[in-house]
Design a protein around this ligand. Structure first.
Ligand code: CDP
Ligand code: MG
Length: 682
């Protein structure tokens, strides 16, 4: 291996711990769980943390991944009585998978059934019991939604905003709103915790302005000055290695690196960071297909959001003796989940990131270099149990020159439409004047306001319209999808739009198996509709119901059974939400035209037409292409709308549907009227 690898010159960040003990997680006896808890770094800070929370409105806690912040601090608070009298301790996470996983862990540590004293809520799934649940894990997005019903979040005594360094869109909005709430509810305590936050700027954000203190507005209660606590890390040194030459095929380089580690290095699990589900599945397959001696004894497991509970459990269960676990993950394992037993890290240096261009109004998931801070976090994952090694699948020059010091907050690279609706629904109309932890670009705001106006969600005064605006705000989906549902109701196809909304909320309903693309394409043809992917999905859903929701049927048709189960669940939730809004299920039966009109009413900004062999967006003449996974790939109808774009070598439209151009003028007269002279309505 040494031929390709050059040791890194970056100073190792992590320190040896004096105990040198190896911690293994076993899932049974509770006294051993208690011992494990006591060995976590935060345990020594228990009294200190409780003191700070008692006396400060906001406490910022920084500590290495795995030091016990997420699983322990909520328990400390519970033990100290913060959940007495029906109050609840909340802990937010940016990702759903980590919400589920830490909630399960804390329930286990406390010896209670998940969903009772310890519960969780993620979008479309609520595992809590009012009056019983004391510690509640939830996504930051769900907490924002709860504010619509209870603007001051009165049931919570302490809110811990965890993983704040990730600076997710919802985390940032939440921080801004929590700061406001605290002015009205001085008894509410905030904990902002993270692996690498710039604690100073966060503290500055929560510091009250001088003027208010002079006025003596808040004499009672805890001090407003935020406290900062740094929990000493417990990591071991990690040796980093860089590639001498850039890799031409990073997937294959990752696989050969894993095999080389397995071949040449002493026992210890391997954690591999790739960019997304497709690559992860491909790598898992390459490794499991490799039936040579080199891969024997490897236990290869994928890790990404959307994984079933059973698959999640495999990740966290101890590695069997004589096996070496290889976990192939998205950046979810960077800081939000701690995996025991990892000694080797393989870092691709990339992750999927959201980028929004307000000029073209295109939001993309782009595979882009991670920041130096992320690369260090990833390397750190190798040093939990003993000194480890990190193999970076890039050169040292790439690290120095191409990776920025820190990432850009998501707020500054996202489409803001959903965030603006949420703020408006909470009565915050002066969006520009909102106290953001990192203000978004004014162009992005203006763009979002423009689109919301076109969708009929806000009026000339930028206020939510009634009822459309308020209804859109109630539905926990993108404004475009919500608008599609509302239009579907008006057009008499609420059933179809809700089914499709549920399917679109899932990454893919098809099983992706490398090497059997042909079979998959053939399976798709059985359902394929000339009108495109949306109508195809309706066909799949109908056939799935007719099969009696059969797993065998799914298997035979290359349909992901877990995904379909999730679709049914999500559809149920959406139906309940629709019911609350006075929308009953009504089917348009075989009339796909009204259904497609409803989709167009939500997605008219994504309209494209074929011009000289290529598609151009109607709004900006941006060149786009139909994604090979679409049933319309190579069919090339003249007019289409798409659901989302992915950018690889070019812009690809995913989930594409045919339309009539006249529907665009119907859906958005303001936008398309002037342009209609250019339409050759055929
Ligand atoms: O939040 P932080 O990264 O500081 O640590 P944590 O998530 O609270 O993890 C503390 C300990 O609990 C680690 O040793 C984890 O391995 C363990 N843990 C676990 O075994 N299973 C989980 N699902 C979550 C945490
Ligand atoms: Mg954590």
């Amino acid at each position: 291996m040494s031929r390709f690898w050059k040791p890194g010159t970056e100073r190792p960040q992590l320190v040896d711990d004096e105990e040198g003990g190896v911690i293994f997680v076993s899932s049974t006896p509770s006294h051993s769980i208690e011992k494990q808890r006591q060995r976590l770094p935060v345990y020594k800070y228990r009294t200190h943390i409780l003191y700070l929370v008692e006396n400060h409105a906001a406490t910022i806690i920084v500590g290495e991944t795995g030091s016990g912040k997420t699983t322990q601090i909520p328990q400390f608070l519970n033990e100290a009585g913060w959940a007495e009298g029906g109050r609840v301790i909340a802990c937010t996470q940016p990702r759903r998978l980590s919400v589920q996983s830490v909630a399960a862990r804390v329930a286990e540590e406390m010896g209670v059934t998940l969903g009772d004293e310890v519960g969780y809520t993620i979008r479309f799934e609520d595992l809590t019991k009012p009056g019983v649940t004391r510690i509640k894990f939830l996504t930051d997005g769900v907490l924002l939604r709860e504010m619509m019903e209870d603007p001051l979040l009165t049931k919570y005594s302490v809110i811990m905003v965890d993983e704040a360094h990730e600076r997710s869109l919802s985390t940032d909005i939440l921080l801004g709103l929590l700061k406001k709430i605290q002015c009205r509810r001085p008894e509410l305590r905030l904990i902002i915790s993270s692996a690498t936050i710039e604690a100073k700027s966060m503290s500055a954000f929560f510091r009250p302005s001088k003027r208010r203190e002079e006025k003596g507005a808040d004499k009672l209660g805890p001090t407003k000055e935020p406290a900062i606590l740094s929990v000493e890390g417990k990591g071991f040194t990690v040796q980093t290695h860089y590639l001498e030459e850039p890799a031409s095929d990073y997937l294959r380089t990752a696989v050969s690196t894993i095999l080389a580690i397995h071949d040449q290095e002493p026992p210890g699990d391997v954690l591999v960071f790739l960019t997304g589900q497709d690559d992860i599945d491909a790598a898992v397959q390459l490794l499991t297909e490799d039936n040579t001696r080199r891969s024997s004894g490897l236990l290869v497991l994928p890790l990404y959001s959307g994984l079933s509970r059973a698959d999640q459990e495999l990740i966290f269960s101890p590695t069997p003796r004589s096996k070496r676990k290889v976990i192939i993950s998205t950046n979810i394992a960077e800081t939000s989940l701690t995996l025991e037993g990892v000694v080797y890290v393989v870092d691709s240096g990339f992750s999927k990131q959201r980028f929004y261009n307000p000029i073209s109004d295109i939001e993309n998931l782009v595979v882009a270099p991670i920041s130096k801070a992320s690369a260090r976090q990833r390397a750190g994952r190798a040093g939990r149990v003993r000194p480890g090694k990190c193999y970076r699948l890039y050169t040292e020059e790439f690290f120095n020159k191409e990776m920025s010091a820190h990432g850009i907050p998501e707020m500054q690279r996202s489409n803001l439409a959903s965030s603006i609706i949420q703020l408006k629904a909470l009565g915050i109309d002066n969006i520009l004047g909102f106290d953001w932890p990192a203000p978004p670009a004014p162009e992005a705001m203006v763009r979002a306001l423009e689109i919301l106006y076109l969708l009929g969600v806000i009026d000339d005064d930028a206020k939510l319209t009634s009822p459309v605006g308020f209804q859109v705000a109630e539905i926990p989906l993108d404004a475009t999808v919500s608008k599609m549902i509302l239009s579907g109701h008006l057009l008499g196809c609420s059933e179809e739009v809700i089914t499709v909304a549920a399917i679109l909320s899932i990454q893919s309903i098809w099983v992706s198996v490398r090497g059997s693309q042909k079979e998959l394409d053939e399976a798709k043809l059985r359902f394929a509709a000339a009108e495109g992917d949306h109508v195809t999905y309706l066909n799949v859903y109908k056939a799935y119901l007719q099969s009696g929701k059969s797993p065998q049927w799914c298997h035979k048709n290359f349909i992901n059974y877990q995904a379909m189960k999730k679709v049914v669940e999500t559809r149920g939730q959406l139906t309940r939400i629709a019911h609350r809004l006075g929308i009953a299920l009504k089917s348009c039966e075989k009339d796909t035209e009204v259904f497609r009109k409803a989709v167009t009413a939500g997605f008219f900004t994504n309209a494209c037409r074929l011009e000289g062999g290529v598609y151009k967006t109607v709004r900006n003449s941006q060149e786009v292409h139909i994604h090979p996974s679409s049933v319309l790939f190579r069919v090339n109808p003249k007019w289409v709308v798409y659901h989302s774009l992915v950018l690889t070598d070019r812009h690809y439209m995913r989930n594409v549907m045919t339309i009539e151009p006249s529907w665009l003028t119907e859906a958005a007269p303001n936008l398309y009227q002037q342009k209609s002279s250019n339409f050759d309505a055929r």
